[in-house]
Design a protein around this ligand. Structure first.
Ligand code: NAD
Length: 315
């Protein structure tokens, strides 16, 4: 298939593009190399992808409608992962989040409608569940109380998807990712911050006094779920994509310590705005309908990240 993949220079987009190309699809990556975090890391990911004969990188913005129009022409699927993805940055930059995540997504959905694209898969987030107390979170649960601007924009994408399906019949699958980690990961996420601090002899900032739980999902498992969604092309669905295990933050920290071969000095700090106490995914729907089966647990995934980090930064 020919696939337009937005956010291809991003963490999940990079891995998705690589896997799609390796199985023989033709991928057009669209990314504006947003400076939200180190663009050099995005350039390095893009350079890896540009070695692949069936990959083309377009440096462009989803806010520019004509760019979206031009590069969507003739594709079989759209995989929309571009977004401003950090929870905390959103509190100081709500306008940028509404522009990129809502207006940008509108451009994608509306252009897909106009061009009669057979199927669109887009990234939502576990953030739509807010501070729901009922865990594990299921697609059946209420999602009308987000705790962040970021989460609100992702919920908005889901609403827009439903209406684009019900009104125009566009095929749309939304994926609620749960804390994704792995090689080439994002510098604003916990694993990167922990490894960076530990390997540079700094203390680890531990938010929520370490009393948080997360469903940490290895990036290869997420990519498998994305690709299954592209292939199944259901008319309209929402799926949780998580590992399906609720891990203690301190166990995650311990895994980083083991992988780095050092014990960290820890700085216990309060919860940050937008943080939720626990996330945990009920993945039975994705298991049944996508054949989704997470394979990598943190004991294996965290060392793989640390190995990548050491190699990439030559430590
Ligand atoms: N990583 C996670 O744990 C996680 C969890 C839940 C949801 N998600 C969602 O998954 C998707 C991918 O996340 P990621 O972790 O790879 O983030 P990322 O920031 O690494 O990737 C997003 C990419 O989108 C690009 N982008 C931003 N604004 C753009 C614009 N206006 N035009 C074109 N490109 C633009 C960025 O440059 C970046 O390369 C996002 O939609 C994110 O909200 C991620």
């Amino acid at each position: 298939m020919k696939i337009l993949l937005t956010g291809a220079a991003g963490f999940i987009g990079f891995h998705t593009a690589k896997t799609l190309c390796e199985r023989g699809d033709e991928v057009i990556g669209l990314d504006n190399f947003s400076p939200y975090y180190d663009p050099a890391l995005k350039e390095a990911r893009a350079a890896e992808l540009e070695h692949l004969p069936n990959f083309t990188m377009v440096r462009g913005d989803i806010l520019d409608r004509s760019t979206v129009q031009k590069h969507m022409a003739g594709v079989d699927r759209v995989c929309h992962l571009a977004a401003l993805a950090g929870v905390r940055y959103g509190f100081e930059h709500p306008q940028e989040y509404v522009d990129t995540n809502i207006k940008g997504t509108f451009h994608i959905f509306d252009e897909a409608r106009l061009q009669g694209i057979p199927g669109v898969v887009y990234a939502s987030s576990s953030s739509v569940y807010g501070n729901n107390k009922e865990l594990p979170s299921s697609e059946e649960h209420r999602t009308d109380r987000q705790e962040s601007i970021y989460g609100m924009t992702k919920k908005d994408n889901e609403l827009m998807a439903y209406t684009y399906h019900s009104t125009y019949g566009l095929h749309l699958t939304g994926l609620r990712f749960f804390t994704v980690y792995g090689p080439w990961g994002r510098p604003d996420m916990a694993l990167f911050i922990f490894a960076d601090a530990l390997l540079h002899g700094k203390s680890l900032p531990i938010f929520g006094h370490g009393k948080m739980q997360r469903d940490f999902t290895y990036v290869d498992d997420i990519v498998a779920g994305i690709i299954a969604s592209i292939d199944k092309n259901y008319p309209y669905e929402l799926f949780n994509l998580g590992c399906g295990r609720q891990e203690e933050l301190m166990e995650y920290v311990r895994m980083v310590e083991v992988a780095c071969g050092k014990e960290a000095e820890k700085e216990f700090l309060p919860m940050q705005p937008g943080d939720v106490v626990a996330t945990s995914a009920d993945i039975s729907k994705a298991q049944n309908m996508l054949g989704f089966q997470p394979k990598t647990m943190i004991q294996e995934g965290v060392p793989r990240f640390v190995e990548w980090y050491r190699g990439y930064y030559e430590i």
